[in-house]
Structure formats: structure tokens, C-alpha cells
Design a binder for this molecule. Structure first.
Ligand code: SF4
Length: 61
């Protein structure tokens, strides 16, 4: 199981993670990415790679 966090101060709302995540973990809310389906995370870190501001952290828990 993985814990996905988004630093809202760094998130620019470009939705790269929303578009990239294979299991639709993220949703944009008020122009910020929110990990609404964290239970579905595969730990692939694709979101971490595409995030231009380094706002996303994925940690195995
Ligand atoms: S690590 Fe992969 S599965 Fe998990 S939120 Fe990021 S893109 Fe989605």
C-alpha cells in the first residue's frame, strides 16, 4: 500500500499527474491535485516523474 501526498503550495494544477496516473488516483479540486483514490496506487512513481515542481511524494506504507 502506498501513501501519496501532494504539497499544495507547490502544485500548479497543470494536471500532469491526473493525466498520467494509470489508476486515476488524482483529481483536480480548486486547481490543486488531490489523491482521492490512494488505495488504487501501484507505486509506479509516474506522477512523481511528470510533476514539474516536485509536489508529489509516494511512500510505501
Ligand atoms: S505512483 Fe503511479 S499509481 Fe501511484 S499515484 Fe503515482 S502515477 Fe498513480
Amino acid at each position: 500500500m502506498f501513501q501519496v501526498t501532494v504539497d499544495a503550495d507547490k502544485c500548479t494544477g497543470d494536471s500532469n499527474c491526473v493525466d498520467t496516473c494509470p489508476t486515476s488516483v488524482f483529481e483536480l479540486q480548486d486547481n490543486k491535485a488531490v489523491p482521492v483514490n490512494m488505495d488504487e496506487c501501484l507505486g509506479c512513481e509516474s506522477c512523481v516523474e511528470v510533476c514539474e515542481t516536485g509536489a508529489i511524494t509516494v511512500k510505501e506504507i
